[in-house]
Design a protein around this ligand. Structure first.
Ligand SMILES: [Zn+2]
Length: 238
């Protein structure tokens, strides 16, 4: 059902092609916006800094949405990232997008041009991320297991974690409130203010939450979008 639904323009006239927004497209849009925020913040940063910021976001997002989003959605994310967002980033730095720009930021890796530094630090593709979802769902390496479990739950502290984070992990039972997954040992975890300090949020535990770094980026992009354009995320899925 719905395969031949036609989109309409603002006057209600049929456009003759489908403009159905699926949940996975909405998630992909949100993700692309989060990548855009990072790219903007790295306009003058070295290429390797940008790649090192993008890779964990791409890896985390693909793993989390691997059951929701199709391979085609991942390919589309790669396409937008490479042919629009990163080209714009490169153009900003060199003044135009010439073959010199291409050669400077895209190097050959196994016969294909990849957005990479000449030292071999390269951007990963959404379509080629090894998916580790099923390992993660078991949660067998969760912060709440074994020794870490003992320290965080009994004491709210852990020798390898900052106290504030250990207490928050205890409060949130080891789960990221944005994506609902358990944190695992190699996740990048950041402390987020639910209500930003700039909007009067306090630095107290009732206003703090632990988030995966990529979930934090998604949340930030969402609030920026809200601030800039109003409730974009409330677009109905047709
Ligand atoms: Zn998360």
């Amino acid at each position: 059902m719905g395969n031949y639904r036609s989109g309409r323009n603002s006057q209600g006239k049929r456009l003759g092609f489908k403009t159905i927004i699926t949940p996975s497209q909405a998630k992909a849009k949100q993700h692309i916006e989060a990548l855009g925020t990072v790219i903007d913040s790295c306009k003058t940063a070295p290429q390797q800094v940008l790649i090192n910021r993008l890779n964990p976001i791409i890896r985390g997002w693909c793993n989390y949405y691997s059951t929701v989003c199709s391979h085609k959605t991942f390919l589309k994310c790669d396409y937008i990232l490479l042919f629009s967002q990163l080209r714009a980033w490169a153009r900003y730095r060199t003044g135009n997008f010439s073959s010199t720009t291409l050669v400077k930021y895209w190097h050959y890796v196994n016969g294909a041009r990849i957005f990479s530094t000449k030292d071999g630090i390269r951007l990963i593709s959404h379509s080629k991320v090894p998916l580790a979802r099923h390992v993660k769902v078991k949660g067998d390496k969760s912060y709440f297991d074994g020794d870490v479990f003992y320290w965080s739950t009994r004491k709210g502290t852990h020798p390898e974690l900052p106290n504030r984070l250990a207490r928050l992990l205890k409060q949130y039972k080891g789960r990221c409130p944005e994506c609902g997954l358990l944190f695992v040992a190699d996740d990048l975890i950041e402390v987020d203010h639910q209500i930003p300090v700039s909007e009067g949020g306090t630095d107290t535990f009732d206003n703090l939450q632990p988030l995966h770094r990529h979930c934090h980026d998604v949340k930030t992009a969402r609030s920026l979008t809200h601030a800039a354009e109003g409730a974009v995320d409330n677009q109905p899925f047709c």
